[in-house]
Design a protein around this ligand. Structure first.
Ligand code: SF4
Ligand code: MG
Length: 336
């Protein structure tokens, strides 16, 4: 497969007061052309920081992408790009949509103008052409009466319609990569499904590769071909969708799958993973999940587990996968 993005040993630190918060600690993954990769994990796992790093949106200070990190986009390392160079990538080659459409839109500007901005800036379109293209884009994302609505303000749109506008802006310049950070979390369930359908449709039409950031495994199952599971600033397991759902190997992935609502399951039966994520201002020396892991062994707290390759496409970092470890079966609550 054709790689379009390769994140290699990405480390992001935030220097806050006297603490150094190690938000992302040695993250590696790749994205192939046209595919959807889901990054899943709880809040604080480093998934949003990872996506901001790709967009060149880590504020420095207090943030710092440390030496040795690389983010290769079509072979070029974005970590070395100046802000001026990044401006040419952002919105044009790589676009991002955020969780809350209200923060992404300018409330004082007509939505048509907001879509036109990128087209005029990146593609040198005339105002008239950009306006026509904005109307086309509104139609593409399923906004009725686009000729009229192009001249309306964000507050005149419902939450779901606003997120459609945000998607139109993100896709305006035909980006090669779309990063969607919890794109449907703020929306109600029916609208959520419509937006996800829309993203899938548009991907088929445009061939854009998507990095989908979410904590919702239901969304992952519907959208992605591959999954990276993050915990404590690290990718703890990665694999094809079937590998992660039917043959997960990391206890944190087991926990995530067990806490996923099942069809017909009663809410009170849902299992959550007890405990809280590690303090990344003082990250554990060993496995980041050790304090919450029901299978933790002595070695786990003191030594970081290496990745074990489970197939050409799946790997996990857990001491249970060491041949000397006791054999442990995943809990029976896992299943989709
Ligand atoms: Fe649990 Fe140890 Fe595996 Fe970490 S390395 S997930 S603590 S068994
Ligand atoms: Mg987040």
């Amino acid at each position: 497969m054709d790689k379009i993005l390769e994140v290699k040993d990405l480390n992001v630190i935030f220097h806050i007061f006297k603490a150094d918060v190690q938000a992302v600690r040695g993250v590696n993954f790749e994205l192939n052309k046209g595919e959807t990769l889901a990054i899943v994990g709880e809040s604080g796992s480093g998934k949003s920081v990872t996506s901001k790093a790709i967009m060149g949106l880590i504020p420095n200070p207090p943030g710092e992408i440390t030496k040795g990190s690389s983010i290769l986009f079509e072979g070029k390392d974005l970590v070395n790009y100046t802000e001026k160079q990044m401006e040419k990538v952002r919105g044009k080659e790589i676009s991002m949509i955020f969780q809350d459409p209200m923060t992404a839109l300018n409330p004082t500007m007509k939505i048509g103008k907001q879509i036109m901005e990128g087209l005029v800036k990146h593609q040198g379109m005339s105002k008239q052409d950009a306006r026509n293209r904005a109307i086309e884009l509104l139609k593409l994302v399923g906004i009725p009466k686009p000729e009229q609505r192009v001249d309306e303000y964000p507050h005149q749109f419902s939450g779901g319609m606003r997120q459609r506008v945000v998607i139109a802006i993100a896709l305006a310049c035909n980006p090669k990569i779309l990063i969607a950070d919890e794109p449907t979390t703020a929306l109600d369930v029916t609208i959520q499904a419509q937006i996800l359908d829309l993203m899938r449709d548009l991907q088929k039409k445009t061939g854009t590769a998507i990095v989908l950031i979410t904590h919702d495994l239901g969304v992952v199952a519907n959208m992605a071909q591959r999954v990276a599971v993050m915990y404590g600033g690290k990718v703890v397991e990665t694999g094809l969708i079937d590998e992660i759902f039917y043959n997960p190997k990391h206890p944190y992935t087991w926990g995530l799958l067990s806490s996923m609502p099942k069809l017909h399951a009663k809410m009170d039966k849902l299992l959550a993973i007890p405990g809280s994520p590690p303090d990344l201002a003082d990250p554990p020396k060993g496995c980041p999940f050790a304090a919450r892991c029901p299978y933790a062994m002595k070695v786990c707290t003191n030594h970081m587990p290496e990745y074990t390759e489970l197939s050409a496409t799946q790997k996990a970092a857990c001491w249970l996968l060491d041949e000397r470890a006791p054999k442990v079966a995943p809990p029976e609550t896992i299943g989709v």
